[in-house]
Design a binder for this molecule. Structure first.
Ligand code: ZN
Length: 164
């Protein structure tokens, strides 16, 4: 209920900015972070397992990404879909980028990709959304379910080794 009432999870400033040493954070719904990219569960999901994949650096536009950051984001998109398939068995995904407030970005100052799992039976979209949004336990359960797999990822470490 504290989630619904807005008394928990309120962070100062950008929701994507965490201290450098942090690798995950339950309060911030941060499933993964290295020096290039990070993955959060969306606090206001369109479906269970709705992820946000962002550069670790506070950058607004895709043209501001380094090659290493762009590669890390795409590698993380792939890994996220593997993990979501393993745990939630969706029938499909919507993924995309809202660039700028005019395009509907809620956090326009920090670039992020949305990854939304979809199921054949989720046609009644508003019901699904209303249900997910009204039950904070969904988010905690999904966070705890996905966290070990994200923390076990080795792909970004491989990317780091290549860079060095
Ligand atoms: Zn930021």
């Amino acid at each position: 209920m504290s989630y619904i009432l807005g008394q928990a999870g309120i962070r100062q400033g950008c929701i994507f900015d965490f201290p450098a040493a942090v690798t995950h954070d339950h309060e911030g719904l941060l499933l993964y972070k290295d020096e290039l990219c990070e993955v959060l569960l969306n606090r206001f999901p369109y479906a269970n397992g709705h992820l946000l994949i962002a550069p670790a650096r506070h950058v607004a536009d895709i043209t501001g990404l380094s090659a290493a950051e762009a590669n890390a984001l795409m590698a993380m998109l792939k890994e996220s879909i593997i993990i979501l398939r393993r745990h939630l068995r969706p029938d499909g995904f919507n993924s995309g980028l809202n660039l700028g407030a005019a395009a509907g970005a809620g956090q326009a100052a920090h670039l992020h990709f949305h990854v939304v799992p979809r199921w054949q039976e989720d046609h009644n979209f508003m019901t699904v959304t209303a249900d997910i949004r009204s039950i904070p336990e969904h988010i905690d359960n999904t966070f705890n379910q996905l966290l070990p797999d994200f923390q076990a990822l080795t792909i970004p470490k491989t990317e780091r080794q290549k860079k060095e």
